[in-house]
Design a protein around this ligand. Structure first.
Ligand SMILES: *Cc1c(COP(=O)(O)O)cnc(C)c1O
Length: 417
């Protein structure tokens, strides 16, 4: 088992440029050029944790589960290459760990992000595959992205003038994806005035057209209309000999439900992270949860009847009680509403979360089976146990599965397992 895992990680490290060390997210970052990568924020995401000599809580990233989900999404996409969005710190899981992991898989041809800092962090973490930044950015940021070999998106009317100025400074054309708004009405150049805008951009020596894309609203009838608009624009552009580069459109929902929207690459993310686009999709693919939340017991004490627990005091013990303290709390992303609602696994037993949650602490009543020790690993979220799998914990805490994952503190150490 260890051999297989090591082999996998070694292959991954080679693919990703060798920045991830086997068995640990604690990689040494080797930026290609100091002057190019100016962002140091990602270092904090690569903290040591989950090791025998640390009491920090940690998030485990399950490489095999990601491997499974990439295969499943690829199958749903009929083998179309995947552009994997790892925005919002890889949906909370840690872009500098998840990004290189996904980039190491052959079905994933590129990554996408929505912040300049994310793109730079991915490069610093060793990702060598193409990366697309999907937000509009300033001229200075365009320059920074291009210097780090990250493709840019534009949709504003004055994109041409700005690209001219940056290209002049850099002395080379800028790889650009046209983002077309076909009806989401969130971002993009509206489809009905996109053609002359694209024509103008494509004629400029400052622009190298790298792609064109749109985004659906996740409603099958509406998405079909959007697809028709997108197809019509593409046909018109081709008639005018406007180069288009990579054509892409499909998030997870349409990857499952609209095969006509696959084009050159699907842009599926949440399915890679184990979330189905809707309840019907559960029977269509076998997606796995990809993360765990763990911490070690740092205190074990017996309380006498009548003593109170935590701030407030909100909770009074009615009989002699043994409490275990876990150094993980609401600011780490474990919801405050877990108190009295969620359980934590220590050894093979589930114990209730009691008292009150604080920003960095969780209190667990271990009286029922008190044969636990300081240093024992407690698991707060774990796909392998139904009662504490991510969706179950989210439900017990009264929040969504997506929120539970995406609110994990970016500063928590990540451990690739
Ligand atoms: C987030 C995002 C995606 C991924 O969508 P999922 O529903 O998570 O698969 C794709 N494209 C764009 C433009 C996005 O912002």
């Amino acid at each position: 088992m260890d051999k297989t895992r090591r082999g996998f990680l070694a292959g991954m490290a080679a693919c990703a440029g060798g920045a991830l060390s086997a068995g640990s997210a604690n990689s040494t970052v080797a930026p290609r050029s100091k002057s190019v990568i100016s962002n140091a924020a990602n270092i904090s995401r690569l903290r040591k944790g989950g090791s025998a000599n640390s009491n920090d809580p940690w998030v485990e990233i399950d490489a095999q589960a990601f491997r499974n989900n990439v295969r499943e999404v690829s199958r749903m996409a009929g083998g179309t290459p995947i552009m994997a969005p790892v925005k919002n710190n890889a949906y909370g899981l840690g872009d500098t760990v998840v990004g290189p992991l996904l980039a190491s898989m052959p079905e994933v041809s590129r990554l996408a992000c929505v912040r300049v800092s994310e793109g730079l962090a991915l490069r610093a973490a060793g990702v060598r595959k193409p990366i697309l930044n999907m937000s509009e950015v300033t001229e200075e940021e365009i320059e920074e992205l291009v210097l780090n070999d990250i493709e840019i998106t534009c949709w504003l009317d004055d994109a041409g003038e700005r690209l001219d100025r940056v290209a002049k400074r850099l002395g080379k054309p800028i790889p650009v994806h046209f983002f077309i708004d076909t009806g989401l009405n969130r971002e993009g150049m509206p489809y009905d005035r996109a053609l002359p805008w694209m024509q103008d951009l494509a004629r400029r020596p400052s622009v190298k057209v790298a792609g064109i894309y749109t985004m659906f609203i996740h409603d099958i009838e509406h998405d079909k209309v959007q697809l028709m608009r997108f197809n019509r624009l593409i046909a018109e552009a081709r008639k005018e000999d406007i180069p288009l580069g990579l054509v892409h459109a499909s998030p997870s929902y349409t990857t499952f439900y609209l095969p006509e929207a696959r084009f050159d690459s699907v842009r599926s993310a949440t399915a890679l992270f184990g979330l189905y686009p809707d309840a019907n999709a559960v029977s269509m693919a076998d997606l796995k949860y990809v993360w765990r939340l763990r911490a070690r017991i740092v205190r074990l004490e017996q309380l006498q009847r009548g003593e109170t627990v935590g701030f407030g005091p909100k909770y009074t013990v009615e009989k002699p009680t043994t409490l275990a303290l876990l150094p993980v709390g609401s600011t780490d992303g474990y919801p405050s509403s877990a108190v009295n609602n969620c359980k934590v696994m220590i050894g093979d037993h589930l114990y209730p979360v009691v008292g009150s949650m604080s920003s960095a602490h969780t209190i667990v009543d271990v009286s029922e089976k008190p044969d636990v020790s300081i240093g024992d690993v407690a698991t707060l979220v774990d796909p392998d146990h139904k009662e504490i799998e991510p969706r179950a914990v989210a439900k017990q805490a009264g929040i969504g599965h997506y929120s539970l994952m995406s609110r994990l503190n970016a500063l928590l150490p990540r451990k690739l397992v």
